[in-house]
Design a protein around this ligand. Structure first.
Ligand SMILES: [Zn+2]
Length: 145
């Protein structure tokens, strides 16, 4: 609750609703949901299962911080101010779930990027702030050696 005209102090937020920053100061993580009936794992918190239709028994979990590169594209054109080229990737998270994000630490050259490459899923600050001065955390993929 804030009085009219009083701006809240800038804070750090996740760029997506499923990037959770614990209020107790714990490590940020990506939230997922796992169906205890069929085992389906999805990104984000759900109360029902989209695969088997279960209305009960969907647990909220922390997604793994590792995965494998499923697919990618090298982006050469984007909005003004967004540095290019960069690699937009789809990663299958170990244990379930699929994420889209940017792959860092690899030359944006298709001949140097391997499908099924093991990656770490890392959470880092983004350099930009919004007009209220809030900072943001995002998730990225980095090759796992
Ligand atoms: Zn299910």
């Amino acid at each position: 609750m804030s009085a009219a005209g009083v701006k809240p102090a800038p804070t750090t937020k996740g760029v997506v609703p499923f990037l959770v920053i614990p209020k107790d100061g714990g490590a940020p993580y990506l939230a997922g949901s796992k169906c205890t009936k069929c085992g389906e794992v999805v990104v984000g918190t759900r109360d029902t299962c989209g695969k088997c239709g279960a209305r009960k028994g969907v647990e909220h979990i922390k997604l793994a911080n590792t995965g494998k590169l499923y697919n990618f594209t090298v982006v050469h054109r984007n909005f003004p101010g967004v540095p290019v080229p960069f690699i937009s990737a789809i990663v299958d998270v170990d244990g379930g779930g699929t994420l889209k994000g940017n792959l860092l630490g690899v030359e944006p050259d298709p001949t140097k990027i391997k499908f099924d490459m093991p990656v770490n899923i890392v959470i880092k600050p983004v350099p930009q702030k919004d007009k209220e001065g809030n900072s943001y955390l995002s998730y990225f993929f980095e090759p796992r050696s």
